[in-house]
Design a protein around this ligand. Structure first.
Ligand code: NDP
Ligand SMILES: CCCCCC/C=C/C(=O)O
Length: 490
């Protein structure tokens, strides 16, 4: 058996409605992390290319029709875009499976569908959005308008490239802004299609541009560019800090979705029929390369052994393998560098005295996957919540079970982190569910579920997990400027 073989793709930058090479004709190679085969050569933008993309986006914003269209006209084009995404869902999911190593089946069924929903949701949202009016007796009346901000830089990570980019692009375009998108260098394939999909949907040239290349060059050029008015960024906390500094001189608006180290708390009254599979998903979906991963599993001591046995059995039953193949639960890690980072925590865990329950090594795989960056689902037990494996975002299929006795202790451990993106609570006690949800310091708490999303709800992090919120009117507030108009009536 072999993985799906494809020709090496040649991918250009997408600027002003067409694919173009980099100004110096340089390209970079993209590998399939499941096999280390070369899958694409991608044009590597220079600062000059980024400058051109930003100027094109500025011109499309100032002089083009996009921001002048009625919301109904813009919404119709966005709905068309969502339709095209669904029509091309196999191609998009195949791309994400090829460069991220995501299981194709889950990607085509969930993530690409969600990507289309991201665009359609904001088309519907802006059509229904009203303004405010504040009459001042008979003499004056105030009313508000929500106007686009300008040129947005959308900088996105490699773990969920297409879906997370559309999560930003939907509200950006619905608000009447123009965009320069920069996907992660490891995973440029699916996002490279967004410019042509926008064009096919009738969105004017220059409104959606995609530049490719390294964060330190291309991302930095965007974050410092005078024509960029706002930056919506999803990625690591370390990069978020850098972008905040680079954007400071030009006073850019920022929205940051950053890292996480969620506590997944299992109380003794939890229904383990739900808590075990739910915790497995939260731990190992996307090979654990998920900001929302429930990677610190806090288990009440009275049920610790029972939970441990069930969790271990379920983790070991996950099918690790070729992301292109039906039935694969977990693909490889995204790259050699990332594999080295994740596996360095296996050494750290040993030094910290954590007990290895299962995993911690490469799985046995067919020969054609020998070079892939695979790691078995790995589970530790630790009694030291302050240890590095319990504090740092490993971003791989490595989780730690931590025993606790009381609610107070669970809360203390849950909140003992720099991060605050989300938390998960498993209990059949309604009062406890509310109590714990109120006291865990994080932007989203899931009770007896994980990663259930309503796009109207605020999404974002406390502490070092982010700045601002995305979702519904939160996204629209970021991507628009509220203007008050005060009219004298006499
Ligand atoms: N809160 C949330 O919703 C989510 C958060 N994340 C977080 O993302 C991280 C994983 O993604 P990862 O790609 O490694 O994150 P990085 O922060 O390394 O990269 C994210 C993006 O920023 C770019 N970038 C890197 N350096 C700079 C710079 N100096 N200026 C501007 N842009 C730059 C990267 O480019 P390049 O790749 O080319 O270096 C990439 O496109 C994890 O910490 C995870 O928790 C992920 C998903 C959701
Ligand atoms: C495998 C999917 C992980 C998605 C992580 C971030 C989600 C953001 C959102 O739902 O908007």
């Amino acid at each position: 058996m072999t993985s799906v073989k494809t020709d090496v793709k040649e991918i250009g930058l997408y600027i002003n409605g067409e694919y173009v090479p980099a100004s110096n004709k340089n390209t970079f190679d993209v590998m399939n992390p499941a096999t280390q085969e070369l899958i694409a050569r991608v044009s590597e933008a220079t600062e000059e290319d980024v400058d051109r993309a930003c100027r094109v986006a500025r011109d499309a914003f100032e002089n083009g029709p996009w921001r002048r269209m009625t919301v109904q006209e813009r919404a119709a084009k966005l709905r068309k875009m969502a339709d095209i995404i669904l029509e091309r869902k196999e191609e998009i999911a195949r791309y994400d499976a090829m460069d991220v190593g995501k299981p194709y089946e889950a990607t085509v069924g969930h993530e690409v569908a969600r990507a289309a929903h991201n665009i359609r949701f904001f088309a519907d949202f802006v059509e229904k959005q009203g303004g405010e009016t504040y009459p001042m007796g008979e003499e004056y009346i105030n009313y508000t308008r929500y106007e686009p901000v300008g040129v947005a830089a959308l900088i996105t990570p490699w773990n969920v490239p297409f879906m997370l980019t559309t999560w930003k692009l939907g509200p950006c375009l619905a608000g009447g802004n123009t965009a320069v998108i920069k996907p992660a260098e490891n995973t440029p394939l699916s996002v490279s299609l967004l410019g042509e999909i926008a064009k096919e949907a009738g969105i004017p040239d220059g409104v959606v541009n995609v530049v490719q290349g390294q964060g330190s060059v291309v991302g930095n050029a965007l974050s410092t560019h005078p024509e960029v008015d706002l930056i919506s960024f999803t990625g690591s906390t370390a990069t978020g800090k850098r972008i905040l500094k680079s954007g400071a001189d030009t006073l850019k608006k920022v929205s940051f979705e950053l890292g996480g180290k969620a506590a997944n708390i299992i109380f003794e009254d939890a229904d383990l029929e739900k808590a075990v599979p739910g915790s497995i998903r939260a731990a190992f979906m996307n090979s654990g390369q998920v900001c929302l991963a429930g990677s610190r599993i806090l288990v009440q001591r009275s049920i610790f052994n029972e939970f441990l046995e069930k969790f271990k059995e379920a983790a070991m039953a996950l099918k690790v393998g070729d992301p292109q193949e039906k039935g694969t639960d977990m693909g490889p890690l995204v790259s050699e560098d990332h594999y080295n980072k994740v596996t360095s925590y296996l050494e750290i865990a040993k030094e910290e005295g954590a007990e290895l329950v299962c995993g911690g090594k490469r799985p046995e795989l067919p020969e054609y996957l020998y070079k892939g960056f695979y790691l078995e689902p790995t589970v530790y037990i630790s009694n030291n919540p302050k240890s590095r494996i319990c504090q740092e975002e490993i971003f791989g299929p490595v989780v730690t079970l931590i025993p606790f006795d009381t609610e107070e202790e669970a809360l203390q451990i849950a909140n003992d982190t720099d991060y605050g993106l989300n938390g998960v609570v498993w209990t059949e006690n309604l009062q406890r569910a509310h109590r714990i949800s109120h006291h865990v310091r994080a932007g989203t708490i899931w009770v007896n579920c994980w990663f259930v999303r309503d796009l109207r709800a605020p999404f974002g992090g406390f502490k070092k997990s982010g700045i601002g919120r995305e979702g519904g009117h939160h996204s629209m507030e970021f991507f628009t400027e509220a203007k008050n108009i005060c009219i004298a009536l006499k």
